[in-house]
Write a protein that binds this ligand. Structure first.
Ligand SMILES: Cc1cc2nc3c(=O)[nH]c(=O)nc-3n(C[C@H](O)[C@H](O)[C@H](O)COP(=O)(O)O)c2cc1C
Length: 170
């Protein structure tokens, strides 16, 4: 059953994000595709994080986290932060420049968009924990940038980026 679950879940195409936080001088980040926009009033987003990830304790300590939605050219960032226990650094990530916005959690330079969040809640979710973030700043490159996508266990990119939004018209 777990194989069927994994195969079914792998057929859900998603974007790729890096979730980061800062505690004092230390920064930490992990690659996450479980991002979801949750609420407009208040502005809330969620991301599901493995219960054993060192990120969780750091987010609890800092009370904030940032979500950087990766650009299609940022596959290397995704791979770096998807490596276990690789995500910690003093002050700055080696080779990956970041900028600060509202909370002090680092946002990846060149990302497609970002959400800078204060920690709203941590909810149980089996072997994961659901971070609920109250968005205090957001932004990004909304002029033609293309996302990094993840599907069926591999990285993808859009095939027809110039088609425009599908509004369901007949
Ligand atoms: C495309 C992609 C998406 C991922 N999404 C998540 C996710 O949503 N939540 C999660 O906990 N791990 C996710 N992972 C796995 C973590 O990035 C990986 O386990 C990482 O090593 C965690 O770092 P840590 O050991 O410092 O916690 C994803 C990995 C990839 C490649």
């Amino acid at each position: 059953m777990i194989m069927a679950f994994k195969q079914a879940a792998s057929r859900f195409a998603s974007g790729v994000t890096v979730v980061t936080t800062r505690v004092g001088e230390e920064v930490y980040g992990i690659t996450c595709s479980s991002f979801a926009s949750l609420s407009l009033d208040p502005l809330l987003v969620t991301v599901s994080v493995n219960a054993h990830s060192p990120l969780l304790g750091r987010v609890r300590a800092s009370g904030c986290f940032a979500i950087s939605v990766l650009h299609r050219e940022q596959r290397e960032i995704s791979q770096y932060f998807a490596t276990r226990d690789r995500g910690g650094a003093r002050e700055a990530f080696d080779g990956f420049p970041t900028s600060l916005h509202a909370t002090g959690a680092p946002v990846m330079d060149g990302c497609l968009s970002y959400f800078d969040c204060r920690l709203h809640d941590v909810l149980p979710g089996g072997d994961h924990r659901i971070l609920v973030g109250n968005v205090v700043a957001a932004g990004g490159d909304l002029d033609g940038g293309e996302p990094l996508l993840y599907y069926a266990g591999g990285y993808r990119s859009l095939e027809s980026p110039d088609r425009g939004p599908d509004r369901g018209e007949a």
